[in-house]
Design a protein around this ligand. Structure first.
Ligand code: EPU
Length: 331
């Protein structure tokens, strides 16, 4: 039974019945029309929690390639294989002067998984640079093109995480990048870091460098400490609920989201419950950022899930706010 230990960023030693490396669309032909529960699509493995051995065929996306498919006066359209590493793609864009993904530097994972959860960081989400994608229907083997609107992007979600979950294999993604980049420096920490680096005129390289420094200062490197980034989404609550909480917790961060709703900071809420830095069995809540759960010491997937459930309960008890996982739970 092949082990998935080096294919999931939590570093959990879980096996699967078969590991199929998909390097081109036609490699999927022997795995079409399986029972809905018989296969699992694996990208970079950086946003999954494997709860037990998988009695499934794991379809590992290894489709490579970066091709410029169209160019206009202002934009460049690049089609990228779903199996490409996300950060390598970001570096490739920066070297060529293509703007739009620099704030998404150093996000672990693969290009094919990036639209699934509409990855985002430092004021930018993938939907801002997304043009279209091609995905293979795992029933029929037919390729289908998805436009931006048909992906139904939302905060850390898309149609591939909801109604079409497990039904399509994302073979490539086309991005619309900018030839004359406009920088998105609104996120407080970026300007401070550029200042610290003594940058007066930002460039793609320096903005990326600033983002990498900020990420490295608080997020654990999955090569050293098993983790999957933010374990929970930042919860979105009604303005009324937010105001009730602010009356009791005046320092609570709250961000305007959609009208009449506010986004709260899950990291802050968790820190107030006292879980930051605490361990449960092999798992722990990371000492530098409470939103990140780590494989502290030979954790099992269920240790991490138990810790997550304890944290959810503490946050409900103290604030009446429900945290939902951002990480995909796989069993
Ligand atoms: N905070 C605390 N204690 C903590 C952690 C955070 O009080 O231990 C508070 C601080 O007040 C801080 C605020 O939370 O100002 C926000 O923290 P941070 O800037 O680190 O962002 P985040 O909301 O925790 C989100 C994304 C990250 C992304 C950062 C930066 C989600 C679920 N997470 O985290 O994405 O890198 O913003 O844009 O939206 C990921 O999805 O895996 C991920 C790492």
């Amino acid at each position: 039974m092949p082990s998935l230990k080096s294919y999931n960023s939590f570093g959990l030693d879980v096996s699967c019945s078969q590991l199929a490396r998909i390097k081109k669309n036609s490699d999927l032909s022997s795995f079409l029309n399986l029972d809905s529960n018989a296969s699992f699509i694996l990208g970079g493995g950086s946003n999954i929690l494997l709860l037990n051995d998988l009695n499934k065929v794991v379809l590992k996306n290894e489709i490579k390639g970066k091709d410029i498919v169209k160019e206009t006066a202002k934009h460049i359209f690049v089609r990228v294989g779903g199996g490409e590493n996300w950060h390598n793609f970001v570096k490739w864009c920066i070297q060529r002067g293509y703007g739009g993904v620099e704030n998404l530097s150093l996000i672990p994972g693969s290009v094919g998984a990036s639209p699934m959860q509409n990855i985002g960081a430092y004021g930018v989400e993938i939907k801002d640079v997304f043009h279209s994608l091609e995905a293979i229907d795992l029933k029929t083997g037919r390729a289908k093109n998805f436009s931006k609107s048909s992906c139904q992007f939302g905060y850390r979600t898309s149609v591939f995480k909801t109604s079409l979950k497990g039904k399509y294999f994302i073979s490539n993604v086309t991005f619309k990048l900018s030839k004359s980049p406009e920088f998105n420096l609104g996120y407080g920490a970026i300007l401070n870091e550029l200042d610290r680096l003594k940058v007066t005129k930002p460039s793609l390289k320096t903005v990326s460098k600033a983002i990498i420094n900020i990420r490295n200062s608080k997020l654990p490197d999955p090569k050293l400490i098993g983790n999957a980034g933010s374990f929970f989404k930042n919860p979105i609550v009604s303005s009324k609920k937010c105001n009730q909480l602010l009356a009791n917790f005046p320092n609570m961060p709250a961000y305007s989201n959609v009208p009449y709703r506010k986004k709260l900071s899950a990291g802050w809420l968790i820190q107030q419950t006292g879980w930051k830095g605490k361990a449960h069995k092999g798992a722990a809540c990371y000492k530098n950022h409470a939103l990140i759960l780590i494989n502290n010491k030979n954790a099992k997937g269920t240790d991490i899930l138990e810790l997550a459930e304890k944290i959810q309960k503490s946050v409900i008890d103290k604030f009446g706010v429900e945290l939902s996982p951002e990480v995909n739970l796989i069993s």
